[in-house]
Design a protein. Structure first.
Length: 257
């Protein structure tokens, strides 16, 4: 019997704003990272028939048209979306495609659910083995001179007569793509487009990050499917305020309060 593939939704592109803290009902201190996810627009789709796989391409962070290459201007114009600085494809299930031009909301995720967040770690330049890998260094006496912070021997004798690939040595520290798994969403502020997750995430303040549903945990049944969309300029919303709409079967739950 063939196993059915788990449902997979699109993620969101965000910008790390920094860290702060929240307080629980009992006054417990909760450190959180604040992520701005406002302005996520669907720029393109990848379908199994045309491309061999299903994916949603999102654009984030407005860009000046003069700074966007001419071919990309046509892509944004076709999608009727303002040019964006950052594009990202998210693999999705065949039934989780989102229409081009739609804007996603912070309510795409739910408070309490687990997410995986990817980003580029803070670059710290060229570092020695003690700082980069936690080496203890050489002895401070008994014949050791000048090379107290060196990493010691790196190779073998005549056999194999080389330094093994992957040997821990001095080198570039940080500035690597890393993914932090199973981070808990502490709070959602859909009005300001903010997602607050418990704990720290990779990257420096102001850097781009990518949020997806935790791949090693089941997706919450209450999560909007195929995505949490932000409605704008609807007849029922004369004041221009945004509202989050879920899947068609739960649309009644996503109206204005």
């Amino acid at each position: 019997m063939a196993r059915s593939k788990p449902t997979r939704r699109t993620g969101l592109i965000g910008r790390k704003l920094g860290m702060t803290r929240l307080f629980g009902e009992a006054g417990a201190h909760i450190p959180v990272t604040v992520i701005d996810v406002s302005g996520n627009f669907v720029v393109g789709q990848r379908t199994p028939d045309a491309n061999g796989y299903a994916a949603v391409q999102l654009g984030y962070d407005p860009a000046k048209p003069k700074n966007v290459p001419q071919p990309m201007r046509g892509v944004f114009a076709k999608a009727e979306v303002e040019p964006k600085k950052r594009l990202k494809e998210f693999r999705v299930s065949d039934d989780a495609l989102v229409d081009v031009g739609a804007e996603l909301s912070a309510d795409h995720f739910l408070e309490g659910q687990l997410v995986d967040i990817s980003g580029e770690t803070i670059g710290k330049g060229f570092a020695g083995a003690m700082k980069r890998h936690g080496f203890a260094g050489l002895r401070a006496t008994h014949g050791v001179s000048v090379s107290h912070r060196s990493h010691g021997s790196t190779g073998n004798s005549q056999d194999p007569g080389k330094v093994w690939k992957g040997k821990k040595m001095a080198g570039q520290m940080g500035a690597r793509n890393r993914t932090q798994q199973h981070l808990k969403v502490a709070r959602i502020d859909a009005e300001r487009g903010l997602v607050m997750v418990k704990g720290a995430i990779p990257g420096s303040a102001g850097g781009y990050i990518y949020i997806i549903d935790a791949i090693r945990r089941p997706m919450p049944s209450e999560a909007p499917f195929p995505a949490g969309l932000k409605a704008s300029n609807t007849p029922a919303n004369d004041e221009g305020e945004s509202a989050v709409v879920d899947a068609p079967e739960t649309a009644a739950e996503g109206g204005e309060e």
